[in-house]
Design a protein around this ligand. Structure first.
Ligand code: SF4
Ligand code: MG
Length: 335
């Protein structure tokens, strides 16, 4: 596997009136070429901050990347000047947001919005850009693309607008597509169509995808690997099989338990008790300790180290360390 993107020990802080919020505290993961990596976790766990750091679109007045590296094909994006970063954003790394309506300009035709990016990055003439945009609209399944090119965002349904956003993100053939809750605002049928479209595009263009979602059903159908975030950290990562069949971290257990099952009554749905940690003064030990049913004495005091359990599996949890330490005894022959 060839990593196209490496996020290394990323720390991000936000200035607020109350003090400095440590939104990311040492995030590490890699994205391999052509794979779909899902990032899961509750809101406030740092998923969006992570992807916005990669795109370098955090609010400059408030957010500060205090430490770390983001290596795209070996180049540290955090060292680029804004002008240089603009050559990457949109053309090499692109993003699709949750709410297409807020990302599209309501006063501009779809065609104008699509061609702007192409002309900026690819130096196309107006005519060439139009042809390219119409071709891309067709590829994302928009019928009558020639007519629709001249229409405004409000003339499109929610699903169609999200297709437009995907078309826009793909115009310059980016190597990486970041999709932040791309289907959350859509109904189930449309959601399935959009996910299907993303899969097809990935097969065709060999795009690597980072998919942020809170929906584990989407993870199961889309992802190759999963990163689980909690309290601004990666608490577990692994292949989709490892996460679903051999989860290591109690937080991941909780997430899996909160997935609605068929025929289950709504009121029976499990949700992890307690609240995410206050990142103004994050706990010194495991961030999940106050909510963890398995917490040991050490958990509240010392941060668990990330431990590898296979080539692809990692978790940071004292419970697993204790289990591993006892494993030799479990394997002794029975008398
Ligand atoms: Fe629970 Fe301790 Fe593991 Fe944290 S380190 S998840 S508190 S068992
Ligand atoms: Mg978010």
């Amino acid at each position: 596997m060839n990593p196209i993107l490496k996020v290394k020990d990323l720390h991000v802080s936000f200035h607020t009136y109350a003090g400095e919020v440590k939104a990311l505290r040492g995030v590490n993961f890699e994205l391999n070429e052509g794979e779909t990596l899902a990032i899961v976790g509750e809101s406030g766990s740092g998923k969006s901050v992570t992807t916005r750091s990669i795109m370098r679109i955090l609010p400059p007045a408030k957010a500060r990347i205090t430490h770390g590296e983001i290596l795209f094909e070996g180049k540290n994006l955090l060292e680029l000047r804004e002008k240089e970063m603009q050559l990457y954003r949109g053309s090499k790394i692109s993003m699709v947001f949750q709410d297409p309506m807020s990302a599209l300009n309501p006063t501009m035709t779809i065609g104008k919005q699509l061609t702007e990016g192409i002309r900026k990055h690819l130096n196309y003439s107006k005519f060439e850009a139009k042809l390219r945009a119409i071709e891309q609209m067709k590829q994302v399944g928009i019928a009558n693309a020639e007519t629709r090119f001249n229409q405004y965002p409000h003339q499109f349904s929610g699903g169609m607008r999200q297709r437009i956003m995907i078309a826009m993100a793909l115009l310059c053939n980016p190597k990486i597509l970041i999709a932040d809750e791309p289907t959350t605002a859509l109904d189930v049928t449309v959601q399935a169509q959009i996910l299907d479209l993303m899969k097809k595009i990935q097969e065709r263009q060999k795009t690597s995808i980072i998919l942020i979602t809170h929906d584990l059903g989407v993870v199961a159908s889309m992802a190759d690997r999963v990163v689980v975030m909690y309290g601004g950290m990666v608490v577990e990562s692994g292949t989709v099989e490892e996460i679903f069949y051999e989860p290591k971290h109690p937080y991941t257990w909780g997430l899996l338990m909160s997935v609605p099952k068929l025929h289950m009554k709504k009121e029976k749905l499990y949700s992890i008790p307690g609240r995410p940690p206050d990142l103004l003064s994050p706990p010194s030990g495991c961030p999940f300790a106050p909510r963890c049913a398995y917490a040991l004495d050490i958990c509240g005091q010392k941060m668990p180290h990330p431990t590898k359990y296979s080539v692809t599996s990692m978790a940071a949890c004292w419970l697993q360390d204790v289990k591993a330490a006892h494993a030799p005894y479990e394997n002794l022959p029975k008398e």
